[in-house]
Design a binder for this molecule. Structure first.
Ligand code: NDP
Length: 320
């Protein structure tokens, strides 16, 4: 691979934290963070856009300090960017390719010290996929963690065409993808979802047959029951009351307990490849919060906004 070595950076601009706390108190900007040595299965990415996820602020708060690497840490899981260097064993990508993905293998273990809230980052090629050309970098960045999580839950549930689903938290980053995958990929017979009053129209637009205003109704008291309740809020107790006999509960929010199926995301570029036709056809589309995008300089405002749990769809940082 022909590369101009002089153009490959050794340092990067990055946001980092060296103590746990509120993002506004502990996030700092480093114009000169050293880049790690590229491993054979990794690519170096010029980051173009990054979407935020609740796990970013949860880690900054210290909720996962037992499994996190030692501080200081550059946060960020999702990336969309351009490959600027490839390791010796990389086969799928070349310099100049537009890629996106979740750079960490799992939600809570083996996390990288250098995350994606950085001008450059590194990831193993198997975590990444080629960015669909019809999507902007902002749109692509909004997909990986939320949409791969949504997909993985359907796999755990062994959801099949013709089954019905209730999505708890339908307007959030993950929920908006759960709904779209239920409709277009898994061909659910009926899709219900919860949100507050102002977001019910959005739910209808992305495929919900039966939007439930949680400010007016308790979903578990309604007569309709479902084959699957997919909980993106943390309402496991109540979710059990909304399933049909033999139905399942999948939850991505602790404390979920059996028989609910709880899992933490595993990042796979192959999930994104599987979904590529749905992105290219426009059937599954990124839902971006009205504040999106916010520039790199406004990371603290963006992450503080996500922490309100009121975002609609995804919050994306761009330009970096
Ligand atoms: P978001 O911050 O995007 O969710 C915000 C949305 O949640 C808002 O649109 C809000 O809608 C909705 N919401 C909040 N409270 C309720 C409620 N009581 N009922 C219905 N909707 C509600 O978060 P994500 O979608 O990115 O993540 C959702 C959860 O899943 C988080 O707890 C996250 O940590 C977890 N997660 C877990 C993963 C795993 O691997 N286990 C992976 C990814 C996420 P409104 O304003 O209408 O209330």
């Amino acid at each position: 691979m022909a590369e101009d070595a002089s153009s490959i950076p050794t340092h990067t601009k990055a946001w980092y934290y060296s103590q746990h706390g509120r993002p506004a108190d502990v996030l700092k900007f480093d114009p000169n963070w050293p880049l790690p040595q590229l491993k054979d299965d990794q690519v170096l990415i010029k980051v173009i856009a990054v979407s935020l996820n609740p796990i970013d602020y949860m880690r900054i708060h210290g909720e996962f300090k037992d499994t996190d690497p030692d501080l200081p840490i550059v946060p960020g899981f999702d990336v969309a960017g351009i490959v600027v260097k490839v390791g010796g064993e990389v086969r799928k990508f070349k310099v100049g390719d537009e890629v996106y993905g979740v750079i960490n293998e799992e939600g809570l273990s083996n996390l990288k010290i250098l995350g994606t809230l950085s001008e450059y980052t590194v990831a193993e090629e198997k975590r990444l996929a080629h960015k669909p050309s019809n999507l902007s970098f902002i749109e692509a960045a909004s997909i990986p963690l939320a949409c791969e999580t949504a997909l993985e839950g359907f796999e755990h549930a062994q959801f099949s065409a013709g089954q019905s689903i209730l999505v708890l938290g339908g307007a959030g980053g993950v929920g908006s993808y759960i709904i779209q995958l239920a409709k277009h990929v898994y061909k659910a017979s009926k899709i219900a979802a919860t949100a507050s009053t102002g977001k019910l129209e959005l739910l209808r637009e992305i495929g919900v047959d039966f939007p439930i205003d949680y400010t007016k109704y308790n979903f578990e008291d309604l007569p309709e029951k479902y084959d699957l309740v997919y909980d993106a809020v943390g309402q496991t107790d109540r979710a059990f009351k909304a399933i049909k006999e033999g139905g399942k509960v999948v939850s991505i929010v602790p404390p979920a307990y059996p028989p609910a199926i709880f899992f933490a995301l595993r990042s796979k570029g192959s999930y994104l490849e599987k979904l590529r036709p749905y992105f290219e056809s426009g059937e599954v589309k990124p839902i971006l919060d009205a504040k999106t995008p916010l520039p790199f300089s406004q990371l603290i405002e963006a992450i503080s906004y996500l922490e309100t749990s009121r975002a609609t769809g995804k919050v994306v940082i761009y330009p970096i």
